[in-house]
Design a protein around this ligand. Structure first.
Ligand SMILES: Cc1cc2nc3c(=O)[nH]c(=O)nc-3n(C[C@H](O)[C@H](O)[C@H](O)COP(=O)(O)OP(=O)(O)OC[C@H]3O[C@@H](n4cnc5c(N)ncnc54)[C@H](O)[C@@H]3O)c2cc1C
Length: 406
């Protein structure tokens, strides 16, 4: 592959080794950059719920040579079943109707499977990973960025990229507090592993009432399932990095008189070792860069899991950002081009979370419960009205990837 103009041996520090970070590292390394990735966790975080790779992002993994391996990890969910408080089935939805995945092309795979594939791909290359470390202080003096790591080491980089997620520290250091950019979408969730003793296979089961939804989801025939407890909340109840005891108490209060398997889910949440709590939020920023520092993935534009597009936006953003850095001598020109090209795609996909059918999974009002039940009834009668899939599928693919290798 011809080296793109301007890469020379510029050094880049990427903070975060989940999806956006390693994808960006891969492309920058291919273009001849000297790449370091710093990750707070001791190793690549391999666990996690199923995520989707769709539309334009499929082209990105294809160009990385990963498509066959990503497709092999497809979990092929078959059914999302909805039950009432007594466990009686109200109806069911083929999951890909709900998520608008393009059957035969888009892929649903465990998040950890994708992070491992990306890490394996990048660890074959001369990319340095610094696990168990993170940026402590950052100083951009116009010609480079001085980094002091928490471990005590200091290094200077030409460019620094924050790929450190919804609660990005890089964003906080450069742009200020998260509250300015975090748009709460009215729900909080807990997700945790529990034994698959509901006989689930290739899909999930959901019990949703106005303002609270409980459920469980099995990846293929897994012996553990992902339990989840989601509730409506107009304001984010506490800070971005909440207190586990407080979040459990709050969830227990919301679900105190819940039917179906709610007591069992509450019990599993209490004892889970991998309990993951967050608010359902989007990150919306007027600009994604400042000087020699830019953001990519959830750090810059988390779309929330209501859109199911977080992973795809991270992969596409990483591809464009690397290509622009390789094509331009000046990082600020590269950042401006990356933003110009990617922002309309990001905003259209973020809008899916607001205008989409999130109420099917997480109804907040009796009216939304009623609308969900009508959809379930029409699906049972063989109708598809109201799913709105074609628009979402179009939006997943509206960005055409530039070719930076010519
Ligand atoms: C419950 C749930 C369900 C979801 N479902 C879907 C779905 O169905 N489909 C979909 O596409 N997406 C889904 N997502 C979203 C998806 O997981 C993210 O949007 C996607 O992983 C974005 O990747 P990222 O690399 O930008 O950020 P993240 O995956 O958040 O990674 C950030 C990385 O940075 C590291 N880090 C954090 N702080 C620091 C620091 N200070 N220093 C160094 N490292 C740091 C973290 O450890 C992590 O490795 C879901 C998210 C949640 C929470």
């Amino acid at each position: 592959m011809p080296e793109a103009q301007g890469a020379k041996s510029r050094s880049v520090l990427i903070s975060g080794a989940s999806i956006a970070g390693p994808a960006l590292a891969y492309w920058l390394d291919r273009y001849g950059f000297d790449v370091t990735v710093v990750e707070r966790a001791p190793t690549v975080r391999s666990g996690g719920y199923p995520i989707d790779v769709r539309g334009t992002a499929i082209d990105v993994v294809d160009r990385m040579g990963l498509l066959p391996r990503v497709q092999a990890a497809h979990i092929a969910s078959r059914e999302l079943r909805f039950v009432d408080g007594e466990g009686r089935v109200i109806g069911s939805i083929p999951p890909y109707e709900l998520t608008s995945n393009q059957t035969g092309r888009d892929v649903e795979l465990p998040r950890g499977a994708l992070t491992m594939l990306l890490h394996d791909l990048t660890s074959e290359r001369p990319i340095r990973y610094r696990f168990n470390d993170s940026i402590d202080t950052l100083e951009d003096d116009g010609s480079g960025v001085e980094i002091q790591f928490k471990s005590g080491d200091c290094h200077r980089y030409d460019v620094v990229i924050g790929a450190d997620g919804l609660h990005s520290r890089t964003r906080r250091l450069v742009f200020g507090p998260e509250e300015q950019f975090n748009h709460h979408l009215g729900r909080c969730f807990n997700i945790f592993s529990m034994p698959n003793d509901m006989g689930l296979s290739h899909g999930g089961i959901i019990y949703g009432e106005a303002g609270r939804t409980a459920g469980a989801f099995a990846v293929r025939n897994s012996k553990d399932v992902f339990g989840f407890l989601v509730y409506a909340s107009d304001d984010p109840p506490f800070g971005a990095h909440p207190d586990v005891e407080e979040q459990c108490k709050r969830t227990e209060a919301v679900f105190a008189d819940g039917g179906w398997e709610v007591p069992r889910l509450l019990e599993a949440m209490r004892h889970a070792e991998d309990l993951y709590f967050d608010t359902v939020s989007q990150i919306r920023m007027p600009v994604w860069s400042s000087g020699r520092v830019a953001l990519v993935g959830d750090a810059a534009y988390a779309p929330s899991f209501l859109s199911g597009q977080g992973t795809s936006l991270a992969l596409v953003g990483a591809y464009v950002l690397a290509g622009e850095l390789a094509s331009q001598d000046n990082p600020s020109d590269a950042f401006a081009a990356y933003e110009r090209m990617t922002k309309p795609f990001v905003e259209a996909n973020q809008a899916l979370a607001i205008e989409g059918n999130g109420y099917l999974l997480l109804p907040r009002t009796p009216q939304e419960v009623e609308a969900r039940n009508q959809i379930l009834a029409s699906l049972a009668a063989g109708e598809r009205d109201g799913m709105g899939n074609d628009h979402a599928r179009e939006v997943h693919s509206i960005l055409r990837l530039p070719d930076y290798t010519r």
